[in-house]
Design a protein around this ligand. Sequence first.
Ligand SMILES: [Ca+2]
Ligand SMILES: [Ca+2]
Length: 239
Amino acid sequence: MGGSDHLRKARQVTMAGMLATGTRARTRLALVGVLALAACVTLGATVASSAEAKKTKKKTKIARSFQQSISPNAAIPNNPASGPSTPLNTTITVGKKFKGRVIGDVNVTGIQTTGSADGALDDLVLRVIAPNGQGVLLLGSGFMEGASMGPLTFDDDVFVEICYSNPPCQWAPQSLNSPFVGTASLLYNGSAGSGPLSQLNGGPMQGTWTFSVWDESGPATTSVLNSWGLQITARSPVK
Ligand SMILES: [Ca+2]
Ligand SMILES: [Ca+2]
């Protein structure tokens, strides 16, 4: 190998080395780029998910009210010739979202029954039971006339009474007559031992709420429970 050959070889080696170095550098650069992009994506995803979490937290925080209605459309067992009446119990569940929250206000909404004949309504007893087992009598038998009722909402915050017969219905500025479509307060209810719904305030919201209705009287009139619902507001401030 002559001097010029050595020089050519050296150039080739140098060139190969430079190319290899360049390739490594590019590879490194590309790797750094990929890592940076991955970091950006990860960071972006982290920012996005924390924003999402904040949004969810905010949403959970402001969800103070629960509202649901159901339509059982189920027959209420008629009063037997002897022995106690069998209640028809249907339930609404207030979910975990309301865990630890305390009842600030509760309304029993959209109660609707369909009776077989005039007088069927007079046989019914209605009761709502909170998740802690505390019950409130909504209506005792013998306090509503007609065949069917509702949709009727019970809300302590209105100045309306359920009016059995006419007159007298003098306890509230307004009254609701058969077939009791509208909203009435249990504060003015003549039904012994019934309401008000504020008795339930301070109890837990979360859990199973039961609406219990039974037929308590002899006449062969029967009823169907069409629907009922709940409207519950958590006591403020929400913890
Ligand atoms: Ca109310
Ligand atoms: Ca009956």
